[in-house]
Design a protein around this ligand. Structure first.
Ligand code: 5GP
Ligand code: ZN
Length: 112
């Protein structure tokens, strides 16, 4: 079985891909919480941000820049939110690092 998002990266499991580059893949969330809800993942498996090391800096930068590119490409100028849940108590349910790109409705602060 393995990691769900590794299987999406390798395209064993299909997804609605929005952007792909050497380091990152962006695809639509299967259960969107807003009109736009995209996930950006590193192609390299990393469990979560808490497990990242300084050696992961290039990949992490590429993931954030890919999220920014998604926001540009999808025309999210009105505003968007990037979310990284780390750990079950914070709501992480897939243990392959991902950045949520959420937009298309007013977003409350603080988050729940
Ligand atoms: P987390 O709760 O770990 O921060 O976010 C995991 C996200 O992955 C959730 O928003 C969930 O809807 C999404 N997700 C879970 N399984 C799949 C899947 O098979 N395909 C896609 N595209 N998204 C998924
Ligand atoms: Zn993985």
């Amino acid at each position: 079985m393995g990691c769900l998002f590794c299987n999406i990266v390798s395209k064993k499991i299909p997804s609605a891909i929005v952007l792909e580059n050497d380091h990152a893949l962006a695809f639509r969330d299967i259960n969107p919480v807003a009109p736009t809800h995209v996930l950006v993942v590193p192609k390299k498996h990393m469990t979560g941000i808490h497990d990242a090391t300084p050696e992961d800096g290039e990949v992490l930068g590429a993931v954030l820049l890919a999220a920014r590119q998604v926001a540009h490409d999808l025309g999210l100028e009105a505003g968007y939110r990037l979310v990284v849940n780390n750990g079950a108590e914070a709501g992480q349910s897939v243990f392959h690092l991902h950045v949520h790109v959420i937009a298309g409705r007013p977003l409350a602060w603080p988050p729940g």
